[in-house]
Design a protein. Structure first.
Length: 436
């Protein structure tokens, strides 16, 4: 489309002066020779998008570009989309108000009873429990070895992925719901506002998938195994979306939390998510403490403080220290200072996050807190004017609560009312699974 725009600009400016014959010769030269030279193997495909004469260039742009001109049927009206497609952005992620739930999924807009909140294309995992089980062999020195022959102890663990899988007690298959943000939908029990039903979209061949034996399910595309999360009552904007995980899950969760509370009575360590919610709350965010302030509730051995360490190396100051030495101080910059640096905020966040230590704090809640920090990667310098939003906690590897040996592991219940009979390969339920 950019090439068409340049062609159109050229002919609008010069066609009348050079005449019709010459203008057409120039256009054919552009369409054939120039494309062959610049597009090479892609020249035939590019040429097929161009009109036979330069007079057709304007029509292409009026229709919205080469793609819409060639494939006008891709444009659908709202009614067609409602009947044949799914809205992919009904949910946003936030911190759940449910105790110990962590993050949750919230309604981005109001939704009516019966409306599809989110699609859940299912990915089947045959012998799922076995696939998600990890066995660790340790010798007498606590070192990991390859097999149980040399092991003094054997530990069997289950991957965290199990918590996000759907499971029926009479099936050996687990199903991962691959819909947009649906893994954040928490258990609501009697307070649930959504339920699962099978898709009725004409292009999803769910009826055929429901007749297959379990051995064939892993070969079925997710588009033909779609379950929908449907609102069972009106859902308000900002309301947390909740699903009933089933009685088995609820009993297991209650047992786990009761045991966990007993174990954690003397433990006060907070996760990065909890700490960040305190320091970045939309209601009232607590400032990060300066070295001279009480920091007893600031961080712990399981988390680390990280900053977005993008600073302007061309603007250096020197601060005199008490021992007479000088430290280089650079100003924090929110965006690249010149065209040679990264241009997007997302790139800046991912490429420049690193460990840091707070040296000073200034400002207040009204004007905004600003910090002077010392980067762990370069402790000989300081970065000033860092905003509050550029500092966050992160969980250290394998230190977050879900990595604890006693962390909760239980699949979400696949409702029996909609679970296909052909997929029930374990008539005896869990007993048969254990024998597998």
């Amino acid at each position: 489309d950019e090439a068409i725009e340049k062609m159109l600009e050229f002919f609008n400016k010069h066609a009348e002066n050079i005449g019709e014959k010459a203008a057409d010769e120039v256009y054919q030269f552009m369409k054939n020779d120039v494309l062959d030279l610049t597009a090479e193997a892609r020249a035939p495909a590019a040429r097929s998008l161009l009109p036979s004469t330069y007079h057709g260039l304007q029509e292409i742009m009026d229709k919205g570009g080469s793609a819409l001109n060639t494939y006008p049927s891709v444009v659908k009206d709202v009614d067609w989309l409602k009947n044949n497609a799914y809205c992919q952005d009904n949910l946003v992620v936030g911190v759940s108000e449910i105790e110990h739930a962590g993050r949750g999924a919230f309604a981005k807009r109001e939704m009516k009873k019966g409306e599809v909140v989110a699609p859940m294309p299912l990915v089947a995992l045959n012998y799922g429990r076995k696939a998600l089980t990890m066995t660790e062999y340790l010798n007498e020195h606590g070192q990991e070895v390859d097999s149980d022959e040399d092991a003094a102890t054997t530990t069997v663990k289950t991957q965290q992925m199990l918590n996000y899988m759907l499971e029926h007690p009479q099936s050996s298959v687990l199903f991962f719901p691959a819909g947009p943000l649906v893994p954040y939908v928490n258990h609501g029990g009697k307070d649930a506002n959504v339920k699962m039903i099978w898709s009725t979209k004409p292009w999803s061949n769910v009826k055929n998938a429901q007749k297959l034996e379990v051995e064939s399910l892993s070969g079925v595309g997710a588009v033909d195994m779609i379950v929908e999360l449907v609102a069972i009552r009106p859902i308000k904007k900002g309301e947390e979306v909740l699903l009933d995980y089933g009685e088995s899950w609820a009993k297991a969760w209650k047992k786990h939390t009761d045991e966990w509370k007993k174990k954690m009575k003397k433990v006060t360590l907070k996760s990065a998510m909890v700490l960040n919610e305190n320091h970045h709350s939309t209601e009232k965010a607590a400032p990060f403490p300066a070295p001279s302030e009480d920091d007893s509730d600031f961080g712990n051995e399981n988390v680390a403080l990280q900053c977005l360490l993008l600073y302007d190396v061309d603007k250096v100051e020197r601060r005199r220290n008490e021992d007479g030495t000088r430290t280089k101080v650079y100003p924090w910059i929110p965006h690249p200072a010149n065209a040679n640096r990264l241009k997007t905020d997302s790139a800046i966040r991912s490429m420049n996050r690193g460990g840091c230590r707070i040296v000073e704090r200034s400002g207040d809640e009204a004007s905004g807190y600003r910090y002077v920090v010392q980067p762990e990667s370069n402790p000989d310098i300081l970065v000033k004017n860092m905003p509050h939003s550029a500092i966050r906690f992160v969980d250290l590897p394998y230190r977050s609560p879900h990595h604890d040996e006693t962390a909760f592991r239980h699949a979400i219940g696949f409702p029996d009312a909609i679970f296909p009979a052909a997929w029930k390969d374990l008539p005896g339920g869990y007993k048969d699974r254990d024998e597998l």
